[in-house]
Design a protein around this ligand. Structure first.
Ligand code: MUC
Ligand code: MG
Length: 367
Protein backbone atom coordinates (compact mmCIF):
# COMPACT_ATOMS: atom_id res chain seq x y z
CA UNK A 1 0.00 0.00 0.00
CA UNK A 2 1.22 3.53 -0.74
CA UNK A 3 0.31 7.03 0.43
CA UNK A 4 -1.14 8.69 -2.67
CA UNK A 5 -1.98 12.20 -1.41
CA UNK A 6 -2.63 14.13 1.79
CA UNK A 7 -5.33 16.72 2.31
CA UNK A 8 -5.18 19.41 5.02
CA UNK A 9 -8.63 21.00 5.06
CA UNK A 10 -9.15 24.15 7.17
CA UNK A 11 -12.62 24.43 8.68
CA UNK A 12 -14.34 26.48 11.34
CA UNK A 13 -17.22 25.58 13.65
CA UNK A 14 -18.37 28.12 16.26
CA UNK A 15 -18.52 27.24 19.92
CA UNK A 16 -21.96 27.56 21.49
CA UNK A 17 -20.17 28.27 24.75
CA UNK A 18 -16.59 29.59 24.45
CA UNK A 19 -13.93 28.18 26.76
CA UNK A 20 -11.69 30.69 28.53
CA UNK A 21 -8.51 29.79 30.38
CA UNK A 22 -5.30 31.49 31.58
CA UNK A 23 -3.36 31.17 28.31
CA UNK A 24 -6.19 31.90 25.87
CA UNK A 25 -9.78 31.53 24.78
CA UNK A 26 -11.56 29.37 22.20
CA UNK A 27 -14.64 30.76 20.45
CA UNK A 28 -14.40 28.71 17.25
CA UNK A 29 -12.97 25.34 16.37
CA UNK A 30 -10.82 26.68 13.52
CA UNK A 31 -9.10 23.34 12.99
CA UNK A 32 -7.56 21.41 10.12
CA UNK A 33 -8.92 18.04 9.01
CA UNK A 34 -6.17 15.73 7.81
CA UNK A 35 -6.92 13.01 5.29
CA UNK A 36 -4.26 10.60 4.13
CA UNK A 37 -5.34 8.85 0.91
CA UNK A 38 -3.82 5.54 -0.17
CA UNK A 39 -3.63 3.78 -3.53
CA UNK A 40 -5.91 1.05 -2.12
CA UNK A 41 -8.75 3.49 -1.47
CA UNK A 42 -8.30 3.48 2.34
CA UNK A 43 -8.37 7.00 3.81
CA UNK A 44 -6.94 7.84 7.24
CA UNK A 45 -8.57 10.74 9.12
CA UNK A 46 -7.50 12.96 12.00
CA UNK A 47 -8.20 16.40 13.44
CA UNK A 48 -5.55 19.01 14.22
CA UNK A 49 -6.33 21.88 16.62
CA UNK A 50 -4.11 24.97 16.20
CA UNK A 51 -3.17 26.29 19.63
CA UNK A 52 -0.87 29.28 19.04
CA UNK A 53 -0.69 30.03 22.78
CA UNK A 54 0.51 26.50 23.46
CA UNK A 55 2.58 25.29 20.49
CA UNK A 56 2.84 28.34 18.22
CA UNK A 57 0.89 26.61 15.44
CA UNK A 58 -1.90 28.36 13.53
CA UNK A 59 -4.49 26.99 11.12
CA UNK A 60 -2.43 28.39 8.20
CA UNK A 61 0.83 27.00 9.53
CA UNK A 62 -0.66 23.52 9.87
CA UNK A 63 -2.07 23.55 6.34
CA UNK A 64 1.24 24.86 5.05
CA UNK A 65 3.57 22.42 6.83
CA UNK A 66 1.38 19.43 5.95
CA UNK A 67 0.87 20.28 2.27
CA UNK A 68 4.23 21.90 1.51
CA UNK A 69 6.73 20.00 3.67
CA UNK A 70 5.29 16.74 5.00
CA UNK A 71 3.12 15.55 2.10
CA UNK A 72 5.78 15.89 -0.63
CA UNK A 73 8.23 13.96 1.60
CA UNK A 74 5.97 11.01 2.45
CA UNK A 75 3.76 10.51 -0.63
CA UNK A 76 4.75 7.18 -2.18
CA UNK A 77 5.75 5.60 1.17
CA UNK A 78 3.94 2.63 2.72
CA UNK A 79 1.67 3.96 5.55
CA UNK A 80 2.64 0.87 7.60
CA UNK A 81 6.25 2.16 7.77
CA UNK A 82 5.56 4.65 10.54
CA UNK A 83 9.12 4.78 11.85
CA UNK A 84 10.38 5.68 8.39
CA UNK A 85 7.72 8.37 8.11
CA UNK A 86 8.45 9.73 11.59
CA UNK A 87 12.16 9.95 10.79
CA UNK A 88 11.19 12.22 7.89
CA UNK A 89 8.67 14.31 9.88
CA UNK A 90 11.13 14.84 12.72
CA UNK A 91 13.55 16.63 10.39
CA UNK A 92 11.14 19.56 10.86
CA UNK A 93 11.13 20.66 14.49
CA UNK A 94 7.96 21.60 16.45
CA UNK A 95 4.62 21.51 14.53
CA UNK A 96 3.29 19.15 17.20
CA UNK A 97 -0.36 18.83 16.21
CA UNK A 98 0.43 18.60 12.49
CA UNK A 99 2.70 15.63 13.23
CA UNK A 100 0.24 14.16 15.75
CA UNK A 101 -2.63 14.34 13.25
CA UNK A 102 -0.59 12.61 10.55
CA UNK A 103 0.36 9.82 12.95
CA UNK A 104 -3.27 9.24 13.96
CA UNK A 105 -4.33 9.18 10.30
CA UNK A 106 -1.65 6.54 9.59
CA UNK A 107 -2.91 4.39 12.46
CA UNK A 108 -6.45 4.82 11.10
CA UNK A 109 -5.25 3.39 7.78
CA UNK A 110 -3.49 0.50 9.53
CA UNK A 111 -6.62 -0.36 11.53
CA UNK A 112 -8.81 -0.31 8.45
CA UNK A 113 -6.29 -2.42 6.50
CA UNK A 114 -6.15 -4.93 9.38
CA UNK A 115 -9.93 -4.81 9.77
CA UNK A 116 -9.44 -4.11 13.49
CA UNK A 117 -10.20 -1.24 15.89
CA UNK A 118 -7.00 0.75 16.50
CA UNK A 119 -7.71 0.63 20.24
CA UNK A 120 -7.29 -3.17 20.07
CA UNK A 121 -4.10 -2.85 18.01
CA UNK A 122 -2.64 -0.37 20.52
CA UNK A 123 -3.35 -2.52 23.53
CA UNK A 124 -7.05 -3.33 23.87
CA UNK A 125 -7.11 -2.91 27.66
CA UNK A 126 -10.75 -1.86 28.02
CA UNK A 127 -13.68 -0.70 25.93
CA UNK A 128 -14.65 2.62 27.58
CA UNK A 129 -13.21 5.55 29.54
CA UNK A 130 -14.56 7.62 32.39
CA UNK A 131 -15.05 11.25 31.37
CA UNK A 132 -13.64 14.33 33.07
CA UNK A 133 -15.12 17.71 32.10
CA UNK A 134 -13.09 20.95 31.89
CA UNK A 135 -14.69 24.02 33.42
CA UNK A 136 -13.48 27.32 31.89
CA UNK A 137 -13.33 30.71 33.63
CA UNK A 138 -16.70 31.75 35.03
CA UNK A 139 -18.07 33.12 38.30
CA UNK A 140 -18.11 30.48 41.03
CA UNK A 141 -21.88 29.92 41.10
CA UNK A 142 -22.01 29.43 37.31
CA UNK A 143 -19.20 26.89 37.54
CA UNK A 144 -21.16 24.95 40.12
CA UNK A 145 -24.35 25.11 38.03
CA UNK A 146 -22.45 23.76 35.01
CA UNK A 147 -20.81 20.97 36.99
CA UNK A 148 -24.12 19.92 38.55
CA UNK A 149 -25.76 19.92 35.08
CA UNK A 150 -22.98 17.77 33.59
CA UNK A 151 -23.21 15.41 36.53
CA UNK A 152 -26.97 14.97 36.22
CA UNK A 153 -27.15 14.99 32.37
CA UNK A 154 -24.11 12.82 31.60
CA UNK A 155 -23.13 11.15 34.88
CA UNK A 156 -19.74 12.95 34.81
CA UNK A 157 -18.18 12.99 38.26
CA UNK A 158 -14.70 14.38 37.60
CA UNK A 159 -14.04 18.05 36.84
CA UNK A 160 -10.92 19.96 35.87
CA UNK A 161 -11.24 23.58 36.90
CA UNK A 162 -9.39 26.15 34.82
CA UNK A 163 -7.57 28.49 37.21
CA UNK A 164 -4.61 30.86 37.01
CA UNK A 165 -6.60 34.07 37.50
CA UNK A 166 -5.67 37.11 39.53
CA UNK A 167 -6.65 37.99 42.15
CA UNK A 168 -6.13 34.47 43.46
CA UNK A 169 -9.32 34.80 45.50
CA UNK A 170 -11.40 34.23 42.34
CA UNK A 171 -10.09 30.70 41.90
CA UNK A 172 -9.86 29.95 45.61
CA UNK A 173 -13.53 30.86 45.98
CA UNK A 174 -14.43 28.70 42.95
CA UNK A 175 -12.68 25.69 44.53
CA UNK A 176 -14.56 26.12 47.81
CA UNK A 177 -17.94 26.63 46.11
CA UNK A 178 -17.45 23.60 43.85
CA UNK A 179 -16.37 21.32 46.68
CA UNK A 180 -19.24 22.43 48.88
CA UNK A 181 -21.81 22.09 46.10
CA UNK A 182 -20.55 18.82 44.62
CA UNK A 183 -19.73 17.01 47.88
CA UNK A 184 -16.70 14.84 48.69
CA UNK A 185 -17.31 12.09 46.13
CA UNK A 186 -16.61 14.19 43.05
CA UNK A 187 -13.01 14.42 41.82
CA UNK A 188 -11.79 18.00 41.38
CA UNK A 189 -8.43 19.11 40.01
CA UNK A 190 -6.88 22.34 38.74
CA UNK A 191 -5.15 23.56 35.59
CA UNK A 192 -3.60 27.05 35.69
CA UNK A 193 -2.08 27.06 32.17
CA UNK A 194 0.99 28.90 33.59
CA UNK A 195 -1.19 31.75 34.87
CA UNK A 196 0.50 32.04 38.27
CA UNK A 197 3.98 32.24 39.69
CA UNK A 198 5.13 29.25 41.74
CA UNK A 199 4.66 31.28 44.94
CA UNK A 200 1.11 32.20 43.96
CA UNK A 201 0.38 28.52 43.27
CA UNK A 202 1.73 27.65 46.71
CA UNK A 203 -0.61 30.23 48.26
CA UNK A 204 -3.58 28.69 46.42
CA UNK A 205 -2.59 25.24 47.69
CA UNK A 206 -2.50 26.62 51.23
CA UNK A 207 -5.91 28.24 50.92
CA UNK A 208 -7.52 25.16 49.34
CA UNK A 209 -5.95 22.70 51.77
CA UNK A 210 -8.53 20.21 52.98
CA UNK A 211 -10.71 20.42 49.85
CA UNK A 212 -9.34 17.14 48.48
CA UNK A 213 -8.10 18.53 45.16
CA UNK A 214 -6.35 15.72 43.33
CA UNK A 215 -3.95 17.34 40.81
CA UNK A 216 -2.41 20.72 39.96
CA UNK A 217 -1.60 21.14 36.25
CA UNK A 218 0.90 23.67 34.82
CA UNK A 219 0.61 26.05 37.82
CA UNK A 220 3.41 28.28 36.50
CA UNK A 221 5.89 28.37 33.65
CA UNK A 222 8.11 25.27 33.82
CA UNK A 223 10.94 27.32 32.32
CA UNK A 224 11.18 29.16 35.66
CA UNK A 225 12.93 26.02 36.79
CA UNK A 226 14.03 26.75 40.34
CA UNK A 227 10.72 28.05 41.66
CA UNK A 228 8.81 25.36 39.80
CA UNK A 229 10.98 22.64 41.37
CA UNK A 230 10.43 24.12 44.80
CA UNK A 231 6.67 24.03 44.22
CA UNK A 232 6.76 20.42 42.99
CA UNK A 233 8.81 19.44 46.06
CA UNK A 234 6.41 21.10 48.49
CA UNK A 235 3.08 20.35 46.80
CA UNK A 236 0.96 17.78 48.65
CA UNK A 237 -0.64 16.79 45.32
CA UNK A 238 0.96 15.76 42.00
CA UNK A 239 1.96 18.63 39.71
CA UNK A 240 1.01 17.70 36.15
CA UNK A 241 3.08 18.73 33.14
CA UNK A 242 0.97 19.56 30.10
CA UNK A 243 2.22 22.25 27.69
CA UNK A 244 5.74 21.86 29.12
CA UNK A 245 5.89 18.22 27.94
CA UNK A 246 4.65 17.86 24.34
CA UNK A 247 7.31 15.29 23.38
CA UNK A 248 8.89 12.23 25.01
CA UNK A 249 12.14 14.20 25.34
CA UNK A 250 10.34 17.00 27.17
CA UNK A 251 8.69 14.46 29.46
CA UNK A 252 12.06 12.96 30.43
CA UNK A 253 13.62 16.39 30.99
CA UNK A 254 10.79 17.68 33.17
CA UNK A 255 10.41 14.49 35.21
CA UNK A 256 14.14 14.09 35.76
CA UNK A 257 14.67 17.76 36.67
CA UNK A 258 11.70 17.83 39.04
CA UNK A 259 9.55 20.20 36.97
CA UNK A 260 6.50 17.95 37.38
CA UNK A 261 5.61 14.53 38.78
CA UNK A 262 2.59 13.58 36.66
CA UNK A 263 2.00 13.87 32.92
CA UNK A 264 -0.88 14.87 30.68
CA UNK A 265 -0.86 12.80 27.50
CA UNK A 266 -2.60 14.43 24.53
CA UNK A 267 -2.98 12.45 21.34
CA UNK A 268 -3.60 15.66 19.38
CA UNK A 269 0.04 16.68 19.91
CA UNK A 270 1.71 13.28 20.27
CA UNK A 271 -0.26 11.07 17.91
CA UNK A 272 -0.47 7.46 19.10
CA UNK A 273 3.16 6.57 18.39
CA UNK A 274 4.82 9.22 20.56
CA UNK A 275 2.02 8.97 23.13
CA UNK A 276 3.02 5.31 23.59
CA UNK A 277 6.65 6.35 24.11
CA UNK A 278 5.55 8.91 26.71
CA UNK A 279 3.33 6.35 28.40
CA UNK A 280 6.23 3.87 28.53
CA UNK A 281 8.42 6.46 30.23
CA UNK A 282 5.71 7.27 32.76
CA UNK A 283 4.78 3.70 33.63
CA UNK A 284 8.48 2.77 33.83
CA UNK A 285 9.13 5.59 36.27
CA UNK A 286 5.90 5.11 38.23
CA UNK A 287 4.41 8.45 37.25
CA UNK A 288 0.65 9.05 36.96
CA UNK A 289 -0.82 10.06 33.60
CA UNK A 290 -4.03 11.83 32.60
CA UNK A 291 -5.53 11.71 29.11
CA UNK A 292 -5.77 15.44 28.39
CA UNK A 293 -7.91 17.53 26.07
CA UNK A 294 -6.50 19.84 23.40
CA UNK A 295 -9.98 21.44 23.29
CA UNK A 296 -10.84 18.67 20.91
CA UNK A 297 -13.72 18.15 18.53
CA UNK A 298 -15.50 14.80 18.49
CA UNK A 299 -12.91 13.59 15.96
CA UNK A 300 -10.09 14.44 18.36
CA UNK A 301 -12.02 12.95 21.26
CA UNK A 302 -12.48 9.63 19.43
CA UNK A 303 -8.68 9.53 19.07
CA UNK A 304 -8.17 10.19 22.79
CA UNK A 305 -10.61 7.42 23.75
CA UNK A 306 -8.96 5.05 21.25
CA UNK A 307 -5.59 5.56 22.94
CA UNK A 308 -6.78 5.98 26.52
CA UNK A 309 -8.87 2.82 26.61
CA UNK A 310 -6.06 0.80 25.01
CA UNK A 311 -3.83 0.88 28.11
CA UNK A 312 -4.32 0.24 31.81
CA UNK A 313 -2.48 3.35 33.02
CA UNK A 314 -4.33 5.76 30.72
CA UNK A 315 -7.76 4.39 31.57
CA UNK A 316 -7.22 4.43 35.35
CA UNK A 317 -8.20 8.08 35.65
CA UNK A 318 -11.06 9.85 33.91
CA UNK A 319 -9.96 11.31 30.55
CA UNK A 320 -10.82 14.86 29.47
CA UNK A 321 -13.34 13.92 26.81
CA UNK A 322 -16.37 16.17 26.97
CA UNK A 323 -15.56 19.68 25.77
CA UNK A 324 -16.93 19.02 22.28
CA UNK A 325 -20.30 19.41 24.03
CA UNK A 326 -19.63 23.18 24.06
CA UNK A 327 -19.46 23.27 20.22
CA UNK A 328 -22.44 24.24 18.08
CA UNK A 329 -21.82 21.33 15.63
CA UNK A 330 -19.21 18.75 14.64
CA UNK A 331 -17.94 16.85 11.59
CA UNK A 332 -18.24 13.34 12.98
CA UNK A 333 -20.87 11.36 11.06
CA UNK A 334 -21.97 9.35 14.09
CA UNK A 335 -21.99 11.60 17.18
CA UNK A 336 -20.24 10.51 20.37
CA UNK A 337 -22.39 9.57 23.32
CA UNK A 338 -21.51 10.16 26.97
CA UNK A 339 -23.58 7.83 29.14
CA UNK A 340 -23.18 7.09 32.85
CA UNK A 341 -20.06 9.24 32.77
CA UNK A 342 -18.34 7.12 30.10
CA UNK A 343 -17.48 7.13 26.39
CA UNK A 344 -17.10 3.80 24.61
CA UNK A 345 -14.43 2.80 22.12
CA UNK A 346 -15.80 2.48 18.59
CA UNK A 347 -15.82 -1.18 17.63
CA UNK A 348 -15.10 -0.51 13.96
CA UNK A 349 -11.97 -0.97 11.86
CA UNK A 350 -9.60 1.99 12.29
CA UNK A 351 -10.12 4.89 14.71
CA UNK A 352 -13.81 5.27 13.86
CA UNK A 353 -13.85 8.93 12.79
CA UNK A 354 -16.08 8.75 9.72
CA UNK A 355 -16.84 12.28 8.50
CA UNK A 356 -20.23 13.79 7.64
CA UNK A 357 -19.39 15.07 4.14
CA UNK A 358 -22.29 17.56 4.01
CA UNK A 359 -21.08 19.17 7.23
CA UNK A 360 -17.52 19.27 5.98
CA UNK A 361 -18.74 21.06 2.83
CA UNK A 362 -20.63 23.52 5.03
CA UNK A 363 -17.76 24.37 7.40
CA UNK A 364 -14.64 24.04 5.23
CA UNK A 365 -12.90 27.33 4.47
CA UNK A 366 -10.86 26.45 1.41
CA UNK A 367 -13.58 26.72 -1.27
C1 MUC B 1 -5.44 22.19 28.84
O1 MUC B 1 -5.38 21.13 29.43
O2 MUC B 1 -4.58 23.03 29.08
C2 MUC B 1 -5.95 24.73 26.97
C3 MUC B 1 -4.81 25.09 26.35
C4 MUC B 1 -4.27 23.93 25.78
O3 MUC B 1 -3.22 23.81 25.12
O4 MUC B 1 -5.05 22.87 26.05
C5 MUC B 1 -6.21 23.30 26.73
C6 MUC B 1 -6.55 22.45 27.86
MG1 MG C 1 -3.57 21.76 30.63
Amino acid sequence: MKIERIEAIPYSIPYAKPLKFASGQVTEADHVLIRVHTDEGIVGTADTPPRPYTYGETQDSIVSVVTKIFAPAVVGLDPMDRQKIHAILSRTIHNQTAKGGLDIALWDIIGQAANAPVSSLLGGYTDAMDVSHMLGFQPAQKLLDEALRFRSDYGINTFKLKVGRRPLALDIEACHVLREGLGQDTELYLDANRGWTANEAMEVLRQTDGLGLSLLEEPCDAKEAMSRRRLVDKSPIPVVGDESVPTAGDVSRELLSGGCNAISIKTARSGFTEAQQILGLCTGLGVDVVMGNQIDTQIGTVATVTFGAAHEATSRRAGELSNFLDMSDDLLAEPLVIKDGKISVRQVPGVGAAIDEAKLAQYRQDN
